[in-house]
Design a protein around this ligand. Structure first.
Ligand SMILES: [Zn+2]
Length: 330
């Protein structure tokens, strides 16, 4: 099979390429700088000939502590190609976090692709594929958000406008999502100062450059909370520790399916905002892409088998989950 998902979530494309996991192949592609797509990267840096990623992703990797030697790093802009033996490798835009890419591998005998993480609209579906490897994080037909991420952002802006007068608004999320939200808040006219730890701020400046937005008033938080109206960005895992600090606490989570905003305590809320496609967006992608076979990532997705059945029934496209029967670790 010319495209498959290995036992540790590595995406094997054609003969020479592995994406988002380790395999002894000459080319390791990093679709984006999220933790669950960086597994085995240090090993790949040692053993692979080339580490291919967008320039933004390579800059993120540096901040995250991965040193890719200049002789191995291949910064590949969107829609540019590199050739390895008889295979042409391209990165195409994916709307997810700054620098995210889809991967396309073309040869005379086959054409295969991997979406990486994505959402719609903003990700151009790859066409004429023999096999498409697809991310389906939210692939359970029974558990779906009923709103767009634009609506979730509007809800977040509303919360900030309402509660910032009473003290800082703390926003919790993952790397990538936090930086995207910083950019989106500035685009929505939120002018309050931003605070975050030094690494989050460095990543934010790289992301802002990618999105072409000036962040302004971003400060490194050292010590306690600022004593002014401000928005503080923190990693999601710190919510339980910081959640009692004065102010309003907002967790960004795509797993909140009840409503776009849900109050979870006297001064805390969930905002249902995600970096991943809903099942409706997945169907939108596939209706345009029409691959001959869809392989659903069953390593990162939780409901890949259900999703595969749904796609076959709804679109008549052959679909299977890989690796077969693996418990989700992501
Ligand atoms: Zn991701």
């Amino acid at each position: 099979m010319h495209a498959r998902v290995g036992a540790r979530g590595e995406i094997l494309l054609g003969r020479n390429v592995v994406a988002d996991g380790y395999a002894p192949r000459p080319v390791r592609v990093v679709t984006h700088a999220h933790h669950d797509h960086l597994r085995g990267l240090r090993r790949s840096i040692r053993h692979s000939l080339f580490i291919v990623a967008t320039p933004t992703t390579l800059r993120f990797l540096e901040v995250l502590g991965y040193h890719v030697p200049p002789g191995k790093a291949v910064p590949l802009g969107y829609d540019r190609a590199v050739m390895i033996e008889d295979e042409v490798v391209r990165l195409l835009p994916a709307r997810h976090i700054a620098g995210s890419a889809q991967v396309l591998v073309d040869s005379r005998e086959y054409r295969v692709g991997y979406t990486g993480d994505f959402k719609m609209p903003g990700t151009l579906p790859m066409a004429d594929l023999d096999i498409l490897v697809l991310d389906a994080t939210y692939g359970d037909p029974g558990r779906q958000r009923r709103w767009s991420d634009w609506q979730a952002l509007a809800a977040l802006v509303g919360l900030i406008e309402r509660y910032a007068k009473r003290g800082p608004v703390w926003i919790y999320g993952y790397n990538g999502k936090l930086q995207e939200v910083m950019v989106e808040l500035r685009k929505s006219g939120v002018t309050l100062p931003f605070y975050a730890d030094a690494r989050t701020v460095r990543l934010a400046h790289i992301a802002a450059e990618f999105y072409g937005v000036e962040l302004r008033h971003v400060n490194v938080m050292d010590g306690g909370a600022p004593d002014e109206s401000a928005v503080i960005f923190q990693h999601a895992r710190l919510k339980s520790r910081l959640g009692r600090m004065p102010g309003t606490h907002v967790l960004l989570t795509g797993w909140e399916m009840r409503d776009v905003i849900v109050r979870t305590g006297p001064s805390s809320f969930n905002v249902s905002y995600s970096d991943h496609a809903t099942l409706r967006e997945i169907i939108e992608y596939l209706s345009e892409s029409k691959p001959r076979l869809v392989v659903i990532d069953n390593y990162r997705g939780k409901d890949a088998i259900l999703t595969a059945r749904y796609i076959e029934k709804r679109l008549g496209i052959r679909a299977l989950a890989m690796p077969a029967g693996s418990p989700s670790l992501g």
